[in-house]
Design a protein. Structure first.
Length: 94
C-alpha cells in the first residue's frame, strides 16, 4: 500500500502522479497552498483524479467538512485522532 503525506507544492503534486498512492492525506492548513486548493488541483488532473483524498485536520467546523467534500475529499478526520479513527477513514480505499 502506498500512502502520500500532505502535499502543498506542485513538486509534491507531481510526486502523486508518479507514485500514484492508494490514498492521499491532506491538511486544510498547509504552507504555501491550502488543502482545499491542493485537493481541487489533484481532482482536476486526470492522472490523480481517482486517488481518494482524506482530509486530516484540526478544523472541526461543519463548513470545513462541507468544503472538503465539495472539493472531492473521500474522508475527513479531526485532530487529535486515534489510530483506529485514521485507519477507519483510510481502510475503505486500500
Amino acid at each position: 500500500m502506498t500512502h502520500a503525506r500532505p502535499t502543498s507544492r506542485p513538486r509534491d503534486e507531481q510526486k502523486a502522479k508518479t507514485l500514484h498512492p492508494a490514498v492521499i492525506r491532506l491538511d486544510i492548513v498547509m504552507p504555501g497552498q491550502d488543502g482545499f486548493a491542493t485537493c481541487r488541483a489533484l481532482k482536476k488532473d486526470a492522472a490523480t483524479a481517482a486517488i481518494p483524498i482524506v482530509m486530516v485536520t484540526g478544523k472541526d467546523a461543519d463548513t470545513d467538512r462541507f468544503w472538503a467534500q465539495k472539493q472531492g475529499c473521500s474522508g475527513y478526520v479531526v485532530k487529535p485522532f486515534t489510530a483506529e479513527q485514521l485507519a477507519g477513514a483510510i481502510q475503505p480505499f486500500v
